[in-house]
Design a protein around this ligand. Structure first.
Ligand code: SF4
Length: 323
């Protein structure tokens, strides 16, 4: 039986207003996340990954707007909801975790108060219940001396601990979907591995995760499926194992080649020549053509569409038409 989608994004385009013009920073993005699934969104800085995260919770900055498309969460049309309705969904049903956990915690309040305020925003639990649940969840996330940590201010905790507190709040609110935007980027490698284990655990317990990262190594470790995004478009999507074992899009191939290997004898690391296009230069052509070693005339005059090419694999590249 086909698994139901928890989140469905269809043909989403997001624009930013500049002085006299508008620029599309996301173009025709279609994605879905099933229950109990981790979907990775991978791409370099400036590709539109974070705009996608913010769009899903209607948290886009003022100068931006949704040009077209739809976002369905459990079949509810997110884009038609008003601010009051969105407040009921944010945190409670869809949690968000940012790269810098300090930006999500108030420096002036103890952790206990911050957890309590977040929980009481959506439920009517009493203080004793929240305290007991906080300790239980923090211990589950391998936080030692949980009671003492509740009594701390954020500045007294490490980045890894703060990130775990944010994850704990999402778990306590029973979020069905967690959007994690570069959640391990600011952490050391050991703490990063611990946080990834926590994500795997909460997925096994029924939470879906939209995991955004520029780090393909991290994506490979925990995601079931991955979408590669480049300069506002998804260029390849499929099961993580398939994408990592046989990438099809020239950008995905170049990205994977650029991952440093410990065993390599190469003196120079592989890089992708050239720069990602700035949004004001986006147009009706393949946005990767200026860096692609296989670019031909059609790539400069037409935009490739994301098409199913093989066993649920989708690719946006004209080379697929030549096969
Ligand atoms: Fe390269 Fe053309 Fe494919 Fe774009 S469409 S990735 S330029 S071959």
């Amino acid at each position: 039986m086909k698994q139901k989608n928890l989140l469905e994004i269809k043909e989403l385009s997001v624009g930013f207003k500049s002085d006299n013009s508008t620029i599309n920073v996301l173009n025709d993005i279609s994605l879905d996340i099933k229950k109990n699934e981790i979907l990775g969104i991978a791409g370099e800085s400036g590709s539109g990954k974070s705009v996608l995260a913010l769009s899903t919770l209607k948290l886009l900055p003022k100068h931006s707007f949704i040009n077209k498309g739809s976002i369905l969460f459990e079949n509810r049309d997110i884009l038609s909801l008003n601010e009051k309705e969105m407040q009921k969904i944010r945190g409670k049903e869809i949690g968000i975790i940012f790269q810098d956990p300090s930006s999500s915690l108030s420096p002036l309040l103890k952790i206990r108060k911050q957890i309590k305020e977040a929980i009481l925003f959506h439920s009517k639990k009493d203080s004793k219940e929240i305290e007991e649940e906080s300790i239980r969840i923090l211990e589950k996330l391998n936080i030692k001396d949980a009671k003492q940590k509740l009594n701390s201010y954020p500045y007294e905790l490490s980045g890894g601990l703060k990130q775990r507190i944010i994850i704990a709040i999402s778990i306590m609110q029973s979020a069905k979907l967690i959007i994690a935007d570069e959640p391990t980027t600011a952490l050391d490698v050991t703490t990063q591995a611990q946080i990834l284990d926590i994500f795997k655990k909460i997925k096994e317990e029924g939470t879906s995760i939209l995991f955004i990262s520029h780090n393909l190594g991290v994506i490979n470790k925990i995601c079931d499926r991955v979408a590669i995004i480049y300069a506002s478009n998804i260029v390849e999507e499929g099961a993580t194992d398939d994408i990592f074992s046989s990438p099809k899009h020239p950008y995905t191939k170049a990205l994977l080649k650029a991952i440093p290997e410990l065993t390599t004898k190469k003196k120079k690391l592989d890089t992708i020549a050239g720069q990602i296009l700035i949004p004001s230069l986006y147009g009706n052509f393949c946005h990767f053509h200026n860096r692609c070693p296989f670019a031909f005339e059609r790539c400069r005059n037409e935009k490739p569409k994301l098409k199913i090419v093989d066993r649920n694999r989708k690719v946006a590249c004209f080379l697929e038409d030549k096969k």
